[in-house]
Design a protein around this ligand. Structure first.
Ligand code: HAM
Length: 430
């Protein structure tokens, strides 16, 4: 019979790779939690209209990349291609704005986009996502950016710099679009890629961040949005930059950063790495002041970002060598000791130690080999003599030193071992 395989662009994540995802989620919960972000779990599927109305019907995501299908009653459903739209829907549906002035949400999990899979680009990928709703002050933009950079730093990614830009607001963007369109009309359409030719009519600002070299060359000299935004937008952006400067966070102003989703206004940003191949955008986000209202909610401003976990994982691979070692491997040399050893191992785990017991009756030599293969710090040995004497041998795997202790004191040994582990962990904190 033929074997069933996974869907192209959907991956199985085994350990130790999966540990990286746990590490990212743990760090995100700790760091984002320290700024008052609370976890919100939204459904993986929503009505298609939600994404059309928020991300924009002319975007690549909505036009080409969504997993959309009818349900049994012929309603159009879509697997979420990003988290922001679902968070907005939940915020409006549950009337969150009536309960609190500012709401901060953290969301993580799988997203789905029908893109061409390659290194760092999957059809099912994972995002860590933050949204702050209800505050229009530039200090919030700065806090969100500082939080993102602090999160990356806490994972050991210290060298990254955000690219930042402002996209103006509802008031000043139309005039900029006009200036840009005037410039673009002077370019011969045939010299642009197909996407740019199409976007010329639908979303001319997207031409600014086209990666095709010929298009890049053509748009050099295009009017800069920062020079066209209104006084409020300019002051807003200047304040954000001044806070980043005061904090010593390095950034690059990229006047061509427009982002691929339609809902952005004012501050936008992206963190790009040169070390992970063509798909270098590790995180991206920005302000989206009209979005809640556009989806039928109150006129509440918002800002947020998402980090791509697959891309972060590529940058974190070296951390796989730092995985904590199991505390013990329990070698059992005689079948009659098996039940006693099993209960002893159980009590060690109740003392928060990590380890496994051997269930096969193999020689001591082969069980020690197994303990060392698993990287265990200690091998606990129970043979016929130890079983009879109610004792256990504790062998330190690196030094080879071993002592025999009474079985009744095993929990005391475990408590000391756990304390040592905690101290080691504390010393690792930045
Ligand atoms: P986005 O730029 O579309 O923004 O995606 C954010 C991040 O998700 C990207 O920087 C990238 O790391 C990752 N990503 C996107 N597509 C893929 C893929 N096919 N495979 C692997 N990783 C991918 C958003 O999704 C916005 N919702 C972010 C946001 C939140 N803006 C405001 N709030």
């Amino acid at each position: 019979m033929s074997k069933i395989q996974s869907i192209k662009g959907f991956a199985d994540l085994f350990a130790p790779q999966s540990y990286l995802y746990t590490f990212m989620e743990d760090t995100a919960r700790r760091v984002f939690g320290s700024y008052g972000y609370h976890e919100l779990r939204t459904p993986l599927m929503e009505y298609t209209e939600l994404f059309q109305r928020s991300i924009g019907t002319e975007t690549d995501v909505v036009q080409k990349e969504m997993y959309t299908f009818p349900d049994r009653k012929d309603r159009s459903l879509t697997l979420r291609p990003e988290a922001t739209a679902g968070v907005m829907r939940a915020y409006i549906e549950h009337n969150c704005h009536a309960r609190e002035g500012v709401s901060k949400f953290f969301t993580c999990g799988p997203m789905f986009r029908y893109e061409r899979p390659q290194k760092g680009r999957m059809r099912q990928f994972h995002q860590l996502n933050c949204e702050c709703l209800g505050a229009h002050e530039p200090q919030v933009d700065a806090e969100v950016l500082l939080m993102l950079m602090f999160f990356l730093k806490e994972m050991g990614l210290k060298e990254l710099k955000p690219e930042v830009n402002t996209l103006g607001c509802r008031e000043c963007r139309p005039a900029y679009r006009e200036a840009l369109t005037g410039f673009l009309h002077r370019i011969a359409p045939a010299t642009l890629c197909e996407d740019c030719q199409r976007r010329m009519g639908t979303n001319p600002m997207r031409l600014l961040d086209c990666k095709v070299p010929a298009c890049k060359e053509q748009i050099e000299g295009a009017p800069r949005i920062r020079e066209h935004v209104c006084a409020e937008c300019a002051a807003h952006f200047d304040t954000v930059l001044a806070i980043l400067d005061a904090q010593g966070t390095a950034y690059v102003i990229n006047p061509n950063l427009v982002r691929g989703l339609d809902y952005y206004t004012r501050t936008t940003f992206e963190v790009v790495s040169a070390d992970i191949g063509a798909q270098g955008s590790v995180a991206g986000g920005g302000r989206y002041d009209g979005l809640v209202q556009q989806l039928g909610g109150p006129d509440v401003p918002g800002i947020g970002f998402a980090c791509g976990m697959e891309r972060l994982a590529l940058m974190l691979e070296s951390r796989l060598d730092e995985q904590p070692r199991p505390d013990f491997y329990f070698a059992v040399l005689t079948p009659e000791a098996a039940n006693t050893a099993l209960l002893a191992a159980q009590s060690l785990r109740e003392c928060r130690l990590v380890g496994e017991m051997s269930f096969e009756s193999k020689s001591l030599k082969s069980q020690l080999r197994q303990a060392s293969r698993m990287g265990s710090e200690y091998c606990l040995i129970m043979g016929e003599a130890e079983f009879a004497a109610k004792s256990v041998v504790v062998k330190h795997m690196d030094s080879g030193e071993q002592v025999t202790i009474a079985r009744a004191t095993l929990r005391d040994w475990a408590a000391i071992r756990y304390e040592q582990k905690l101290n080691k962990e504390r010393r690792r904190l930045p």
